[in-house]
Every structure is written in C-alpha cells, then in structure tokens.
Design a protein around this ligand. Structure first.
Ligand SMILES: Cc1cc2nc3c(=O)[nH]c(=O)nc-3n(C[C@H](O)[C@H](O)[C@H](O)COP(=O)(O)OP(=O)(O)OC[C@H]3O[C@@H](n4cnc5c(N)ncnc54)[C@H](O)[C@@H]3O)c2cc1C
Length: 368
C-alpha cells in the first residue's frame, strides 16, 4: 500500500474539522494540511439552527461573505411551549446579537469544506480513516486506499468515536438521548424555530431553505424505540400543540433519520500529537443549541494546539486545551439542568430522569 506524508491530518469534515483546517491554513501556511472526510456532504443531516454568535466565528474563519451568499433562512423568532402550554415568543429583533440562521446542514458543511479547499488544504471526500497507529513522533492513518503519515492529527469525527481506542481516549456518556428526525419539503416558510415539551420528551421544528422543514422528537432511546415506526411517530406528532399544525398544508416527507443526541465527553481532550475537536471532544444535548458553535470554536483552538505540538510546545498546548474543554463542560451542565427543570411538569420516565440530574447537576456531570 502506498503511504503519503503530511504535516497535519484533520479527520472529519464537519464544522469542527473544517474550522481546524481553515485555521491551520491561516496560522501555518507553510505547512501541508490534508482534510479527510468519510462522506460527501450530500445527505440530509440534523443540526440546522445556527445561533447569532456564530457570526464572529465565521468572520474569523474568513467565510462570512460566502455564508451570506448562501442565503439560508434568517431566524426571526423562537416559539416555545416549554414551561407551560401558553406559547412564548422571542423575536431576534430584540436580541443584541441579531438573528441566527436556519441551515441546510449539508450545504453549510460543504461550504466550509470548499472554503478549506480554496484556502490551500488538500481535501479528500469519501476517505474514511479506519484506524491510527503511532509512527515516529506522529501517526499513521489507515484508509481503504492507502496510508497517510501525519506529524499531528486533529480528530473531528463527530459522534463517531471509532478512533477513541487508537488515541487511547476514554468515552464518558453522561446522559442518553435519541433524536427521531424527519425532513419535509413543500412546507411554507415562517423563519421560526418551534420547541415543545411533551410527556415523552421534547419536539422541535425549524423552517429550512427551499421550503423544507425539519421535525424531531427527542426522547430516551429505551423509551422511544417505537418512534422508529412511522405510525407511532406521526401519532405522537398529532398530539403536539405547536408542531403538528406546521405540517398541515401539504408538506411531503423526504427523509427520516435516528441519531444519538446524549451528552458525551472524552478524556483526555488531547494527547501525543493529537487533539480532539467538536462532538468527538464533547457532544452536547441539542437542547443547548451549542453544537455548531462549540465545533467551530474547538476546531479553531485545536488547530492552535496542534500547531504548538509541532513547534515543541506540546505539553503546554495539551494542558491549556484540556483546561478550556473542562471549563466549557462545567458551564454547560448547570445551564442544561436549568433548561430541563423549567419544563418538568409531567411525572413520566423521561422527566423523572431529568429530575434526578436537576437535583444534583454536578453529580450528573461526573456520574451520568
Ligand atoms: C438531532 C440533532 C439536532 C441538532 N441540532 C443542532 C442545532 O440546532 N444547532 C447546533 O448548533 N447543533 C445542533 N446539533 C449538534 C450539531 O449537529 C453538532 O454538534 C455538530 O455537527 C458537530 O460538528 P462536528 O464537526 O464535531 O461533527 P459532525 O458535524 O458530525 O462532522 C463529523 C464529520 O466526520 C466524518 N467522519 C466520521 N467518521 C470519520 C472517519 N473515520 N474518517 C473520516 N471522516 C469521518 C463524518 O462523515 C462527518 O462529516 C444537533 C445534533 C443532533 C443529533
């Protein structure tokens, strides 16, 4: 098998991997970077709501103008039936940060990767990394069509942790959650995000570009297994107050997906010549709406850490990076517990489980 040499290999071309690649190109333009993406970003993917704070990060990455040209849906309001049945509406015009976006995720991910390519990185689609083994100071990555030897690696494969063993990282699942998601077209647009708490969990829907819409039910995997069956999913949808009416005018289902969505962290956050970023480092509950922001931010920081590793400051880089990751998680736990506590008005298994975490969020962080 042929093997190639690179300074940096970034594994995974989601927002975290693309942000890391773009940052490496800007920060260390003399170094070679290869971005390895298993897929092609040509399939529907959940994770559509981009908070307004992303604007600064997209500018920092040099992709703001291209992002604006994509004309995604501007988020004008969040409507929720969360702590009670009366809908609460928050309009972005009253937010100091302005409006966020509602994305076609495949198109957004493609935009970031294409920007990395235009910035001089070598981008390879359909290139899944199967395993990584130490070689010299760096890593030999095994791909179906040959090996790549990299001096440093950024691991950004999202919620796929198959490489954890290669890097000697331990996974910690703090909570379990599954998202039963369906996409629709021919849905009239309203530029809104709608969230509704229900006895079985919670639902969200967002108006997406090209008259598309996403609708998802989030519940525990053991409680929601029947949600895989379209009849059960549509029956539960019919009982919602705010979400069901959004599909009443001839919307047509185009795709259905089941994704894990619980909180997972890894330890350590970085090791010898490798750094984890995005969901691979810390996968958050979608209720927190921080997944893409965290992916972009940690991708940028991972790039600086990986660069320091090649410049002989590996230990300091690892320590700093781990400290920032710990702090991010420490901020997240009480905020998430407070969100769930605000909606806990049913005596069902889903809400009882969240209740145990509200009483002791610190324990939830360490014990799951
Ligand atoms: C149901 C649901 C709804 C969500 N909603 C939101 C939301 O509204 N707003 C928000 O901010 N976040 C949301 N999130 C979270 C958000 O989608 C993620 O946090 C974000 O995508 C993480 O980016 P990433 O780059 O770390 O991982 P990903 O986006 O998952 O990208 C990882 C990439 O790595 C590739 N890959 C995997 N394995 C390999 C391999 N071995 N070799 C090479 N490539 C590989 C994958 O193909 C993928 O393209 C949601 C998540 C779920 C599950």
């Amino acid at each position: 098998m042929p093997s190639e040499q690179t300074d940096f290999a970034v594994i995974g071309g989601g927002p975290a991997g693309a942000a890391a690649t773009l940052t490496l190109r800007r920060h260390a333009p003399q170094r070679h970077v290869v971005l390895l993406e298993a897929g092609r970003h040509d399939r529907p993917k959940p994770g559509e709501v981009l908070p307004a704070v992303a604007q600064g990060l997209l500018r920092q990455l040099g992709v703001w103008t291209s992002f604006v040209a994509e004309a995604f849906v501007e988020s004008r309001a969040v409507v929720s039936a969360w702590s009670g049945e009366t809908p609460d509406e928050r309009h972005s015009m009253f937010s100091a940060q302005g409006a966020g976006g509602q994305l076609d995720r495949a198109r957004f991910d493609r935009l970031l990767v294409q920007s990395a390519d235009a910035a001089g990185a070598e981008v390879r689609f359909a290139s899944p990394v199967c395993s990584a083994v130490r070689e010299g100071y760096g890593w030999r990555l095994k791909l179906p069509d040959g090996d790549i030897v990299a001096d440093a690696v950024i691991w950004a494969t999202g919620r796929s942790w198959k490489l954890a063993r290669s890097f000697g990282a331990k996974l910690r699942a703090h909570s379990h959650l599954a998202a039963y998601t369906r996409f629709f077209d021919r849905a009239p647009g309203d530029c809104q995000i709608v969230i509704e708490a229900r006895p079985e969990g919670w639902w969200y829907s967002a108006d997406l570009p090209d008259q598309c819409r996403v609708v998802a039910c989030l519940t525990d995997p053991d409680l929601g297994s029947e949600m895989r069956d379209p009849k059960s999913w549509y029956r539960a949808l019919a009982a919602t107050q705010l979400i069901a009416p959004l599909l009443s005018s001839g919307a047509r289902e185009t795709a259905a997906l089941v994704k894990s969505a619980g909180t997972v962290t890894i330890d350590p956050a970085a090791g010898e010549r490798w750094v984890a970023a995005g969901d691979s480092l810390f996968a958050a509950d979608p209720l927190s709406s921080r997944g893409i922001i965290h992916a972009l931010r940690s991708g940028i920081l991972a790039a600086y850490a990986a660069s320091d590793m090649l410049d002989g400051r590996g230990e300091l880089a690892r320590k700093r990076y781990a400290m920032i990751a710990r702090q991010g998680f420490a901020d997240y736990v009480p905020a998430l517990a407070a969100h769930y506590a605000a909606a806990a008005r049913w005596d069902t298994a889903f809400w009882q489980r969240r209740g145990r975490h509200f009483q002791n969020p610190a324990a939830a962080a360490t014990q799951g």
